[in-house]
Design a protein around this ligand. Structure first.
Ligand SMILES: [Zn+2]
Ligand SMILES: [Zn+2]
Length: 159
């Protein structure tokens, strides 16, 4: 997103609307957990005040996330309705590039542990079945990992 400072009326605002290619997010295309495959759309208003550029508005996109419980991909909207940057302008500034700000704003909103839905049942820890779609015949892991942990952490002596 390029804001051309000379286009902004001294006592008004100029609206910028458009989109930035998914590549601005510089996500690793081999990242198995999130894929940015849609452009980032933005609508911002730019104004000038006391040698500063003020940019306020919204940006939004969608990304494909891999559920951290069941490993299925799902699509999720990411948006910032209160994007704001105040930039100190050098005296001879002609334009300001906010691409890095777009990137930062969207990346901050990528969840570290996305789930496809709040009640995702995840995968069976024994057979790997997707428990959202099927019921497997494994017993609940009651004597498994948690049992072992309990034995480790509770050396309580009676009396
Ligand atoms: Zn899931
Ligand atoms: Zn199972």
């Amino acid at each position: 997103m390029q804001i051309r400072v000379t286009e902004i009326p001294p006592d008004g605002r100029k609206t910028y609307e458009g989109e930035a290619a998914p590549a601005v997010l510089s996500l690793d295309s081999g990242d198995p957990f999130v894929k940015a495959d849609r452009p980032v759309r933005f609508r911002v208003a730019a104004s000038l005040a006391g040698g500063r550029l003020i940019v306020q508005g919204q940006m939004w996109t969608e990304a494909l996330f891999r559920c951290s419980r069941c490993a299925e991909y799902f699509r999720l909207a990411i948006r910032d309705d209160a994007f704001e940057r105040v930039i100190e302008l050098p005296p001879d500034a002609l334009s300001v590039d906010l691409t890095e700000d777009i990137r930062e704003t969207i990346l901050l909103r990528l969840s570290g542990y996305p789930v496809c839905r709040a009640d995702c049942k995840g995968l069976c820890v024994r057979c790997g079945a997707n428990l959202n779609r099927e019921t497997c015949c494994c017993k609940p892991p009651d004597d498994g990992q948690w049992g072992a942990l309990d034995q480790l952490k509770l050396p309580v002596k009676p009396g």
